[in-house]
Design a protein around this ligand. Structure first.
Ligand code: FAD
Length: 419
C-alpha cells in the first residue's frame, strides 16, 4: 500500500517506522524543513508511565479558575473568542470527576507502559542513541503535606501495575546526589525505577534517517492545505508542492490535526496546551541531577540530556500562539536555580515554547475514521514522547488487521467518554 503520513513529529515518524517494516510504501509530509521541529522539539524528555495521571481531575476546575488571578497555577485557562476552545473546555470539565479520572488514568498507564516496551524494541532493533538515561525518574515534593497526599494517590498507579517507592529526603539525595543542594527544601519524593528519559528530537531525527534508508520518502517544507476526497475516500493531499496521492492516509499533525479534519465532518477534541522549555549547557564544573524528574510543588519538569539540562513548565489553554519573551521564563528559571544551582549554566539559556495536542481525556486517537482510508494517530497531549512508539505499533496493527496488544479504550472515535 502507498501510505501518506501527515506530520513528521514523534507520532508521524514512529508510524512511518512501523509501517515501512510492514512492507508499505511510505511518504511523510511536514511543513518544517527538519523532522521534529514543532511539539516534539524540546519537550521535557521524560518517558514517564509513573506520571500518567489524567490532567482532568476533580481538582482541575479549581486550579483553572484560580489561574484568572494567580499566574502560578498548574493549568492556566486563557479564554479566547474561539468556539473550539470552549467546546474543548466543556468536554475537559466533563472528565473532571473521580470516576473518569480513574478510568482515564488506567488507560493512560496501560498505553504508556506498553509504549515504553515498544520503545525498547525500537532501540534494540536500531541501536539509536538519543541521550537516553534509564534507571528511573524522581517526583519530589517540597511540603510534607503534598508528599503524603502524593504517596496516597500513587497507590492508584501501583494498582495498575507500576512499582513506586516513596523515599525520604536522605534516601532521595543518596539516590541522586544532583539534588543535594535542595535537601533542606525537599520533603520527600516518589521514585519510579522503571521510568526513563531521552531527547525526543534526536530520537525522532535519528529514527527518520533509518526510515529514509529503509525507503520512506520525506516531503519536508511542504504544507498540507486539505485532504482531497472522491466518493467517500481520500485520493490525495493538497499541499504547497501540489497533490500527493496515496492509498491510505494517516493524520499525525498534532495540534493542527483537528482543523484539517473538520471539513470532512470529523470533529476531534484536540486543543493546544502551551508549555515553556529552557535548555542549559552543562559544563565539567556542573553537577546536574543524575535522573530526570518533576518538582511537583513548583510543577517543573527537569532532565539531564548529555551535555544539556532541560527544564519545562506551565500548561496554558490559550490558543495556538507559540510566541514567548525571555521574561516568561523568569519564574521557572528562578525556581530551578534555587533548588539545583549547580545543575547547569543558567546564564546561557535556550528558550522554547510549544503546544501539547491535548484531548480532554489525555488519551490520543488511534483509529480509523469514517472515511475508510483515513487513519488517526494524534492527540498525545502531555505524554506524546512516552506514548509514541506504542501508539505507532497499535496503528500499524490496526492497518494490518492484526489484534492490538492492548485494548484501545478511550482511543477510538466512538468512545462515549470523548463525546
Ligand atoms: C513543554 C512540553 C513538555 C513536554 N514534555 C513531555 C515529556 O516529558 N514527556 C512526554 O511524553 N511528552 C512530553 N510533551 C508532549 C510531547 O512533546 C507531544 O505530545 C508530542 O511531541 C506530540 O507529537 P506529535 O507528533 O503528535 O506532534 P508534533 O511533534 O507537533 O508533529 C506534528 C507535525 O505536523 C506538522 N504540521 C502541522 N500542521 C501542518 C500542515 N498544515 N502541513 C504540514 N505539516 C504540518 C508540524 O510541523 C509538526 O512537525 C511535552 C510537550 C511540551 C510542549
Amino acid at each position: 500500500m502507498r501510505i501518506v503520513i501527515l506530520g513528521a513529529g514523534l507520532a508521524g515518524v514512529t508510524s512511518a517506522w512501523e509501517l515501512v517494516r510492514d512492507g508499505h510504501e511510505v511518504t511523510v509530509i511536514d511543513r518544517e524543513i527538519e523532522v521534529a521541529n514543532f511539539s516534539s522539539y524540546a519537550n521535557a524528555g521524560l518517558i514517564a508511565p509513573g506520571h500518567a495521571f489524567a490532567w482532568a481531575s476533580p481538582d482541575a476546575p479549581k486550579i483553572m479558575l484560580k489561574s484568572f488571578w494567580n499566574n502560578d497555577q498548574a493549568i492556566r485557562f486563557r479564554p479566547k473568542f474561539d468556539i473550539h476552545q470552549w467546546q474543548w473546555i466543556i468536554k475537559f470539565l466533563g472528565q473532571c470527576n473521580n470516576t473518569r479520572s480513574r478510568i482515564n488514568t488506567e488507560h493512560k498507564v496501560r498505553l504508556c507502559s506498553y509504549s515504553q516496551r515498544c520503545l525498547n524494541e525500537v532501540v534494540s532493533a536500531t541501536n539509536l542513541s538519543y541521550e537516553r538515561t534509564t534507571g528511573g525518574l524522581i517526583y519530589f515534593y517540597l511540603s510534607k503535606k503534598s508528599f503524603e497526599a502524593a504517596a496516597r494517590k500513587s497507590k492508584l498507579l501501583v494498582e495498575f501495575g507500576l512499582h513506586i517507592e516513596a523515599l525520604d529526603t536522605h534516601s532521595l539525595t543518596e539516590l541522586d546526589p544532583g539534588l543535594k543542594s535542595a535537601r533542606n527544601e525537599i520533603a520527600g519524593g516518589l521514585y519510579v525505577a522503571s521510568d526513563e528519559s531521552g531527547d525526543s528530537r534526536i530520537f525522532t531525527q535519528e529514527l527518520a534517517k533509518i526510515c529514509q534508508s529503509d525507503g520512506v520518502h520525506f516531503e519536508m517544507g511542504t504544507t498540507v492545505h486539505q485532504l482531497v476526497h472522491k466518493s467517500n475516500t481520500i485520493c490525495a493531499v493538497d499541499t504547497s508542492a501540489g497533490h500527493i496521492e496515496g492509498d491510505m492516509f494517516v493524520m499525525a499533525l498534532g495540534v493542527h490535526s483537528a482543523n484539517l479534519l473538520r471539513p470532512l465532518g470529523i470533529n476531534l477534541p484536540i486543543y493546544p496546551v502551551k508549555g515553556y522549555s529552557v535548555t542549559l549547557p552543562i559544563m565539567p564544573r556542573h553537577n546536574p541531577p543524575k535522573f530526570g524528574g518533576v518538582d511537583e510543588d513548583n510543577l517543573l519538569a527537569y532532565c539531564p540530556m548529555g551535555d544539556h539540562f532541560r527544564i519545562t513548565a506551565t500548561a496554558e489553554i490559550g490558543g495556538y500562539d507559540t510566541s514567548f519573551k525571555p521574561r516568561d521564563f523568569n519564574t521557572m528559571m528562578a525556581k530551578a536555580r534555587t533548588l539545583m544551582p549547580e545543575a547547569a549554566d543558567y546564564n546561557n539559556p535556550q528558550y522554547w515554547a510549544c503546544l501539547r495536542p491535548m484531548t480532554p481525556t489525555g488519551l490520543p486517537f488511534i483509529d480509523k475514521s469514517h472515511v475508510p482510508n483515513l487513519w488517526l494517530n494524534t492527540g498525545h497531549g502531555h505524554m506524546g514522547w512516552t506514548m509514541a512508539c506504542g501508539s505507532a505499533r497499535i496503528l500499524a496493527d490496526l492497518i494490518a488487521g492484526r489484534p492490538t496488544a492492548i485494548p484501545r479504550q478511550g482511543m477510538t472515535l466512538m468512545t462515549s467518554e470523548k463525546k
